[in-house]
Design a protein around this ligand. Structure first.
Ligand code: ADP
Ligand code: F6P
Length: 461
């Protein structure tokens, strides 16, 4: 596919995780679930490929290893560095700031120094691995300085960067003490991809304002080079989810879950337990419906899967207590013996179980206060092969730009969310089918393979 030979991917985490052996056997590596890995795998397996990232274990300086046709090149990060680079600067400075500052962003010079040092290590590893004139694709907010650092080490490379999360408007980004450094870091790339047009426009405006960069829309001029900055909305492997939804293993899972839930309508939420996801608002909306009697515990159940995430970060610990307390209160007040209105799972689920839940959900509630894209919304749609089911979707997700036949809601307005859930539960089958059919076509046509191909082509493969 590429005349330049190998492609190199650089991301915070490797696409594999270690699975502990039982009975004293050897640990093994498993491919991690997720859109990025399944999007890139087909491309990576046809050309030679190396993935640079963290194994998930502190101080892991193991030698590069091969798994499933991809060479994994670990970057060692110490526990103390993880606190500054990952828990600190990535997840307590950048993450809240880029998500509309729905939690205050903290600015610490010590975190910045560690973020810079760890980015330099990733850049160094990439510089050592890349073939002459090769392609390097750097991912996400943990590594925004890598493009510039890598270009300084290896000016012969073509460098792409894709940001999976939102890119904030000027008023917010301008708070960052290191705003110019970060913009210059990203501008080291030849192609910078964002989830939405708004995000890429924010970036271009900031480059004009803080770096006096000249641009022609999506093309910026810097030091005699041109840099493309534009939207490449990420997607999912539609064919994979569509096919999984038709398998016997999933049907069996769905029968088991249905037997446990009984003949109740099901509303579903599936998220990492993250304060950006608006889990609290949808719980409050459901509480309102229980309060008015529009939903009763014997006719409706809300299943919320909350995947543990970033558990060492204070805001995530607080969120967990608040959500669990809220759910306990609602269940205590409105539950009946044998009938709990909210079923809450604080764990990951297998992909069979996840798809079974998508199949059982009459209504999928996706209500983030801000989200770069939201793949769960697209996965739900891909699994609804018979055009049933209704998607309630926050206007503040990247997905809302494409999934305009969902019931779009303002996640800051409890009444709006409650109203949409009510409309969804009562929607006539032909109206639901019309909407779902059109949503499925959007995701089918703009799947993750198309996303990866278009970025890869822009990069010059
Ligand atoms: P984010 O990237 O912020 O976590 P997305 O909705 O974009 O949010 O992507 C979440 C991804 O994680 C989806 O691909 C989804 O299938 C996957 N996922 C969600 N819940 C689980 C789970 N319980 N176990 C494993 N993977 C999950
Ligand atoms: O999409 C944002 C993101 O941080 C990805 O980079 C990452 O794969 C996912 O969320 C999970 O986050 P973490 O790696 O912090 O567990």
């Amino acid at each position: 596919m590429s005349e330049r030979g190998d492609i190199l991917i650089v991301s915070n985490r490797l696409p594999v995780h270690r699975v502990r052996a039982e009975n004293g056997g050897a640990d093994r590596w498993e491919t991690s679930p997720g859109g990025l890995v399944s999007a890139l795998k087909p491309i990576l397996q046809t050309v030679g490929s190396t993935w640079i990232g963290w194994t998930g274990v502190d101080d892991d300086d193991r030698a590069p290893f091969e798994h499933d046709g991809i060479r994994n090149h670990p970057v060692a990060i110490s526990g103390e560095e993880m606190r500054g680079y990952y828990e600190g600067f990535s997840n307590r400075t950048i993450w809240p700031l880029y998500h509309d500052a729905i939690r205050p962003a903290e600015y610490h010079r010590s975190w910045w120094r560690i973020y810079t040092a760890v980015n330099q290590r990733f850049a160094q590893a990439a510089a050592e691995c890349a073939k002459p004139g090769g392609l390097v694709w750097v991912h996400d907010y943990q590594l925004q300085l890598v493009p510039e650092m890598l270009r300084a080490l290896r000016p012969d490379l073509r460098i792409g960067f894709f940001l999976h999360i939102p890119f904030p408007p000027q008023e917010l980004f301008a708070q960052l003490p290191w705003r110019r450094h970060l913009l210059r870091g990203l501008l080291g790339a030849d192609v910078i991809g964002f989830q939405t047009r708004v995000a890429s426009e924010n970036f271009v405006q900031l480059c004009r304002r803080f770096l006096n960069i000249r641009d022609r829309g999506t093309e910026l001029q810097i030091e005699g080079r041109s840099v493309i900055a534009r939207a490449f909305p990420i997607s999912i492997d539609f064919g994979h989810f569509d096919a999984m939804a038709g398998t016997e293993a999933v049907a069996e899972q769905a029968r088991m879950v249905r037997a446990r839930l009984g003949d109740r309508r099901m509303i579903l939420g599936v998220d990492r337990l993250d304060y950006t996801k608006g889990i609290d608002i949808r719980m409050r909306a459901f509480q309102d419906l229980l309060h008015t009697g529009e939903c009763r515990p014997d006719d409706t159940v809300f299943v919320q899967v909350a995947v543990p995430s970033r558990e060492k970060v204070e805001e995530y610990q607080e969120l967990r207590s608040n959500i669990e307390e809220m759910i306990g209160r609602i269940n205590g007040k409105y539950g009946q013996v044998g009938r709990t209105p909210i079923q809450y799972l604080h764990r990951g689920v297998s992909q069979d179980e996840l798809v079974a839940l998508y199949l059982l959900a009459d209504v999928m509630a996706v209500t983030p206060a801000r989200d770069g894209m939201n793949l769960v919304a697209k996965e739900y749609v891909a699994c609804r092969r018979d055009d049933t089911g209704v998607l309630v979707l926050s206007e503040f997700t990247g997905a809302a730009h494409e999934l305009t036949d969902a019931l779009l809601v303002n996640p800051h307005d409890v009444d709006d969310v409650a109203g949409a859930i009510k409309i969804a539960l009562q929607m006539k089958p032909d109206e639901a089918a019309r909407r779902m059919h059109s949503l499925r076509e959007v995701v089918r046509q703009n799947d993750v393979h198309r996303w990866a191909r278009s970025f890869y082509e822009e990069l010059g493969a």
